[in-house]
Write a new protein. Structure first.
Length: 259
């Protein structure tokens, strides 16, 4: 009887552990490698709600991203202060985009809140639409704060002159999918991905733009775009033809715009 009871308790413990682990991964924006999704077809955005429910046991809510920004509320917003430091290039083709993982020690502060830079990646075309305009590309610098809350700084990218920082990344595209490549002889600094003007931005509460679409993100979309050549944009789209989630309903959220 004791053995049966112990087995039952152990089974319950393991079940609760794995449910908790799943929820933790979802809340931090970490994706399970066994869950497959895409930007089109049966695994595309129209079916993400089913995938999220089946694999993360949660529903997609009413504060989803990206959105189309048309109406804003002007406000005096805290400055985003960037504390970015050089780090060895750690680059991965995760099957959906090119992602650069960042070593600990770089962060942003907004008011009294601090968020550590975890990684940055790219979407084409831009996921957010600004006053009716889709930019050619959008970079997301993902930062993690206390209790797993995320702050994502979005950098809009227009077709134009060559960008030396992006050229370095593109010169080290991994040929295989799913493996992080560490190019220790190359040091990068994410500050070179930022426009000169970082004081002007839009901000709103939203979500991850990929499954599990967790609503634990504050978005900071820099108003000043950077540029990249058509050839460089074409090189990215040769690997990822389209990796942007469709626009989501605003559902009454207020988008604040810096004065």
């Amino acid at each position: 009887m004791n053995a049966v009871k112990q087995y039952f308790l152990a089974t319950m413990f393991l079940s609760l552990f794995f449910v908790g682990l799943t929820n933790l991964l979802a809340s931090s924006g970490t994706q399970s490698p066994s869950v497959h999704w895409d930007y089109e077809g049966e695994l595309g955005p129209d079916h993400w709600d089913r995938l999220v429910l089946e694999n993360w046991h949660c529903k997609i809510g009413d504060m989803q991203s990206p959105i189309s920004i048309t109406i804003t509320e002007k406000a005096k917003l805290d400055e985003i202060i960037f504390h970015y430091h050089p780090t060895p290039l750690k680059i991965i083709n995760n099957g959906h985009t090119i992602q650069v993982n960042y070593e600990k020690g770089s962060y942003i502060t907004i008011g009294h809140k601090k968020y550590d830079l975890v990684q940055f990646h790219f979407h084409t075309p831009s996921e957010h639409v600004i006053h009716g305009k889709h930019y050619d590309m959008e970079a997301h610098l993902v930062h993690k704060g206390d209790h797993g809350h995320l702050a994502v700084v979005a950098v809009l990218i227009d077709k134009g002159k060559e960008n030396a920082f992006i050229k370095t990344l593109w010169s080290n595209f991994p040929k295989d999918v799913g493996t992080e490549h560490i190019v220790s002889e190359i040091k990068i600094c994410a500050k070179h991905l930022l426009p000169k003007n970082t004081a002007a931005y839009y901000t709103y509460p939203g979500s991850l733009t990929t499954p599990p679409c967790t609503e634990n993100v504050t978005w900071f979309i820099l108003k000043t775009p950077i540029e990249e050549t058509k050839a460089a944009l074409d090189k990215f789209t040769s690997l990822f033809k389209h990796d942007a989630r469709p626009i989501q309903p605003v559902h009454g959220r207020v988008v604040k715009e810096s004065n």
